[in-house]
Design a protein around this ligand. Structure first.
Ligand code: DC
Length: 224
């Protein structure tokens, strides 16, 4: 099985790029952020403080997550309900970042994520894929861009989806999440020693895809 890990901060374009590459290569795209978002959504709906591990952890046993692929798109189901839209609500970004710092939440998702890589050729994006989830991935990419560029891209994406927000809100949320995700003690956002750094600040989407495809080509030459 081929496994490709793409890590990086919020708004670097990981999911857009990973989806495109998965389509071209015929790999399954696994969006691990969606899993943290679904847990964040469940806790938020229950009125639980998403930062409070003592309240969140006992509730995990009530959560069942399922991924389905419909026309190549990943859909995520929370206790049987398709929450693919609701997890993208702007409040869910911070809820996801909050629950993702909780040890039990990360343990809960670790096996699910590793299970995917055992059964499929995958491209998986997240924050700790190359460092913790798939330390032996065939290819590791750390995709980043400047905070301004990331905020602009994320803002455009949310507006196109019909969400109500402002650029300032999006940028503040992004910086706060970078801080949370980088400074948490468990599985923080970090470039793996053997990951290739790609800065997409001055690249178009197509240029970024081409660059990563070429890195994948070089690294998997002997595997395929
Ligand atoms: O990629 P995203 O923006 O959908 O992720 C939402 C949050 O989930 C992010 O701020 C941090 C967390 N996350 C994580 O801790 N580890 C991952 N592998 C993926 C996401």
């Amino acid at each position: 099985m081929i496994s490709i890990a793409i890590d990086g901060p919020s708004g670097a374009g990981k999911s857009t790029i990973a989806k495109e590459i998965a389509g071209q290569k015929g790999y399954i795209y696994v969006d691990t952020g969606a899993m943290y978002r679904a847990i964040g959504l469940y806790m938020y709906r229950q009125g639980i403080d998403t930062k409070d591990g003592n309240s969140v952890s006992p509730k995990l046993k009530e959560v069942s997550l399922d991924l389905k692929y419909i026309d190549g798109e990943q859909k995520i189901y929370l206790n049987g309900e398709d929450v693919s839209h609701d997890i993208r609500l702007p409040e869910m970004s911070m809820a996801a970042s909050n629950v993702s710092a909780i040890k039990e939440v990360r343990e809960f998702l670790l096996d699910v994520q590793r299970g995917f890589a055992q059964k499929n050729n995958i491209i998986m994006d997240g924050r700790d894929i190359g460092t913790v989830i798939l330390p032996n991935a065939d290819v590791k990419i750390f995709l980043t861009a400047s905070p301004d560029i990331r905020a602009q891209r994320r803002y455009k994406e949310l507006i196109e989806k019909g969400m109500k927000t402002t650029y300032e809100e999006v940028k503040a949320d992004l910086i706060k999440r970078d801080e949370n995700d980088t400074n948490r003690p468990i599985a923080p956002l970090k470039q793996a020693d053997d990951a290739v750094l790609v800065d997409s600040s001055n690249l178009t989407q197509q240029e970024t895809v081409d660059k990563i495809i070429s890195i994948i080509g070089e690294k998997t030459e002997n595997v395929l």
